[in-house]
Design a protein around this ligand. Structure first.
Ligand code: SF4
Length: 487
């Protein structure tokens, strides 16, 4: 196994991080079975690691490895489907699907067969190993738990019972992809993805770049122009269908007219948590909170056992770093809830950990000014001990202003200040990058009290049914300062 000096590791090419080697297991669509859970649990034991971590692409990562995984272990992981059989493409980002694909009572199309077919295409085309490892594809079935707002390079969103809308990511800032005016029949989706991937590969040959900074799909689109890139893709796709890639800003309106789900509904990342009726009669799924995506060996084994005994043996990982146990009968729900609690896990969306996000921070990343993982866990424990939240709160810790863990707005964002190793705090996303005043900074031990003050003020001073966002927006900067710094 060789060490990958790029920033995106895979199981065959771990990356060097501050806390040791970092590697990722590829889990297409985030779907695991019980035997894979057992393999993961024994992997953690053999490596003496406390936990594996679900990522925001619904795959798994191992941190703090002292040495490479040996060949025998790699073969075992590939044999049980935890690594691509083809090491050339294992590093390409995990294929994302709606985590409730096939069980969502509102979905238009079950996208799992498409994700499998795309995974197979990638595995059979090692020449695509030259693509940036950040090349990312998502399939959204148009149901209640959508992923079209996740920052993929390409997303296919179901807009009818056989039709998809093509979305392309063109933003430097990790914004969601936008529709480009192309509608595809289900059986045209994989050929279209193949045509885009092969056109992108040819674009890389023109654009150059090196192993550390390969051109992204958006660079290839920028080089040809959107319509020009569409023409290149058309040549690759063939003439069975004619299409033109159009300006996504115009398509935003078009999407509304045509009823694209993403244009109408805000996607709530906690929607999958708790107990939900499936489209199959007398079947339910349970969304389980994993604090910061951390899943201990005992919990991996325990969840695998629950899934086998009370479900269909399947476990779904989500892009919000949680998991889903599907196919549980109504009669077993209370028992399963109890067993989940026995594993020190919860299913409530209002738990302080349910929407807590933190990047690797100072313990794992050279750019981290603060230990985000440690500080986020400390805050979660403080809030769990002192508050009962009556609605989910999204709190995002970032070790610097790059926001790797969450690109979209959070209710509260804390980011590390390099000079003081303290946190700056913003309601919403990072907007102010100017030099902070000392009074705007919070040393890590002061963060739980400050956030606790804010939540207490919200609970006691809000109008009936007022959202956290509305409450904080109507406070002046001076009022917010006073609340946060109250003793
Ligand atoms: S946000 Fe900054 S500190 Fe956190 S992982 Fe990204 S680069 Fe590293």
């Amino acid at each position: 196994m060789s060490v990958n000096r790029s920033i995106c590791p895979d199981i065959y090419h771990p990356a060097i991080a501050r806390d040791g080697l970092l590697t990722r297991l590829r889990i297409p669509g985030g779907v695991l079975n019980e035997s894979q859970c057992l393999t993961i649990a024994s992997l953690l034991e053999s490596l003496s690691l406390e936990y594996i971590q679900v990522t925001n692409r619904a795959n798994l990562q191992l941190r703090s490895l002292a040495k490479d995984l040996d060949r025998e272990l790699l073969i075992k992981l590939a044999d049980c489907g935890l690594a691509a059989g083809n090491s050339a493409v294992d590093g390409i980002r995990n294929i994302m699907t709606s985590p409730t694909a096939g069980i969502d009572s509102q979905e238009l199309i079950d996208v799992r067969p498409l994700a499998d077919a795309w995974h197979e295409y990638l595995t059979e085309h090692p020449e695509l190993g030259v693509l940036s490892s950040k090349f990312s594809v998502g399939f959204d079935g148009g149901g209640s738990v959508g992923i079209v707002d996740r920052p993929n390079d390409i997303t296919l969103l179901a807009v009818g019972d056989r039709e998809f809308s093509l979305y392309l990511g063109m933003s430097e800032r990790g914004d969601p992809p936008l529709p480009v005016g192309v509608r595809l029949d289900s059986d045209e989706c994989v050929p279209m993805l193949a045509a885009i991937a092969q056109s992108y590969r040819r674009g890389i040959e023109v654009l150059g770049g090196d192993a550390r900074r390969k051109p992204r799909l958006r660079d290839a689109i920028g080089y040809y122009g959107l319509t020009g890139f569409g023409a290149v893709v058309q040549r690759e796709f063939g003439t069975s269908k004619r299409f033109i890639f159009k300006n996504p800003e115009l398509e935003r309106d078009l999407g509304e007219e045509n009823g694209d789900v993403a244009q109408k509904l805000p996607i709530l990342s906690e929607r999958h948590l708790g107990v939900h009726q499936q489209r199959q009669s007398d079947c339910y799924y349970l969304g389980v909170v994993l604090p910061l995506g951390r899943w201990t060996g005992a919990q991996v084994r325990g969840v695998g056992n629950i899934a086998v005994r009370y479900g269909s043996g399947q476990i779904r990982l989500t892009p919000w770093q949680n998991l889903i146990i599907p196919d549980v009968k109504a009669i077993d729900l209370a028992r399963v809830q109890g067993l989940i609690n026995d594993l020190s896990l919860v299913t409530t969306a209002n738990h302080p950990s349910s929407l807590l996000r933190a990047c690797a921070g100072a313990s794992g990343c050279q750019f981290g000014a603060t230990d985000t993982q440690r500080d986020a866990i400390a805050l979660s424990e403080y809030l769990a001990a002192n508050f009962t939240l009556d609605r989910p709160l999204n709190i995002h810790f970032s070790g610097c202003d790059k926001s790797c863990a969450q690109h979209d707005r959070a209710d509260i964002t804390l980011w590390g200040d390099e000079r003081t190793r303290s946190y700056r705090l913003a309601i919403g996303g990072i907007t102010d990058r100017s030099e902070p005043e000392p009074s705007d900074l919070f040393a890590p031990p002061a963060v739980p009290i400050a956030i606790g003050n804010l939540i207490a003020a919200y609970h006691h001073q809000r109008h009936p049914q007022e959202s956290f966002q509305s409450f904080t927006t109507r406070q002046s900067p001076a009022q917010l300062h006073q609340i946060l710094h109250a003793v």
